[in-house]
Design a protein around this ligand. Structure first.
Ligand code: ZN
Ligand code: ZN
Length: 311
């Protein structure tokens, strides 16, 4: 790469196409930490002294989040505890759990590791083996259960702020999935950050929601953070993957288009009013939802049925 680092005149290793900046390794890393800090501040994600449960899967995003929350920390600004949910995918999750344990040891962060088996009485493999003619994709079963799992673990240790490593690309994929499935209401609910309100026990924050996925990956490489390199064996079942390519191809020819798409999403969640849909209380878990039981509880009972019928 020619020229010099835009910030310090050092040796550039990264060209940020959407801004035209060339950055050396150090300036690149501090720019990512600064971006996360700004997102947290802008959306008032944290209060001083708060205890945060960080969902650590062992993938690059969650390990980078743990690293950055550690580095960003200014004298007891907040307290961290890591939660890992082992869904039980054989020959895949073991490596990730190992990496999560090692990272928590390195940062000296309390680590809570819970499995689907402990939480729900079955593993994801159990459910998928018995799927037969049930059309649900692996991700549509695993996703809600992982979310509920993190909540149950957070509840157990008495923490009600949950931080996850979802990046800008994840947010856009979710936005487009909801758009393509005709569910604008879900877009409205899928706010990138939330404050606990009636029926929602947890505050959920996504400090990387304004950072490109490839920049999180580059951050992990530049900072020598080991992360799981193998993909989930079920990832190709998910439309998310197709959308990742679509958005990345658009970004290639139109640098910055991801930010425009994100702005559309934010305007829908924050500035556009939808005719209120009646919410009901899920009689299983007590959360407010558009249906009773809520979709998460439905997934849990479907999984229970599938694993029981064949055991
Ligand atoms: Zn520099
Ligand atoms: Zn429910």
């Amino acid at each position: 790469m020619d020229n010099v680092c835009t910030k310090c005149s050092g040796n550039p290793v990264y060209f940020r196409k959407y801004s035209g900046e060339r950055l050396c390794s150090e300036c690149f890393s501090s720019s990512i930490i600064e971006k996360a800090r700004r997102t947290i501040k802008k959306h008032k994600m944290l209060k001083y002294g708060e205890k945060i449960a960080v969902g650590v899967s062992g993938g690059k995003d969650s390990l980078a989040l743990l690293d950055i929350l550690m580095k960003m920390q200014r004298e007891n600004e907040y307290e961290l505890v890591a939660i890992t949910i082992d869904e039980g995918i054989k020959n895949y999750r073991e490596e990730a759990v190992e990496l999560a344990i090692k990272a928590c040891e390195k940062y000296n962060v309390e680590h809570v590791n819970m499995s689907f088996r402990e939480l729900f009485g079955f593993t994801l493999d159990n459910v998928l083996e018995n799927r037969n003619d049930v059309k649900n994709t692996s991700c549509s079963i695993c996703g809600p259960l992982r979310r509920r799992g993190i909540e149950l673990a957070a509840k157990k240790i008495g923490v009600n702020t949950i931080a996850t490593g979802h990046n800008l690309d994840d947010m856009l994929q979710t936005f487009m999935i909801n758009l393509l499935s005709g569910d604008v209401y879900r877009i409205k609910q899928s706010k990138p950050y939330s404050t606990p309100k009636e029926g929602f026990e947890f505050k959920k924050i996504k400090p990387f929601m304004e950072i490109y996925e490839n920049e999180i990956a580059f951050y992990s490489f530049q900072n020598n953070l080991p992360f799981q390199s193998t993909d989930c064996p079920h990832m190709n079942e998910n439309i998310r993957n197709e959308l990742r390519d679509v958005v990345n191809n658009l970004e290639k020819n139109h640098p910055g288009i991801k930010f425009s798409l994100m702005k559309s999403m934010e305007d829908i969640t924050e500035n556009i009013e939808l005719k209120p849909k009646k919410l009901v209380t899920c009689l299983v878990c007590g959360n407010n939802s558009s249906s009773n039981p809520c979709s998460v509880c439905k997934t849990i009972s479907l999984s229970e049925k599938l694993t029981k019928s064949n055991s």
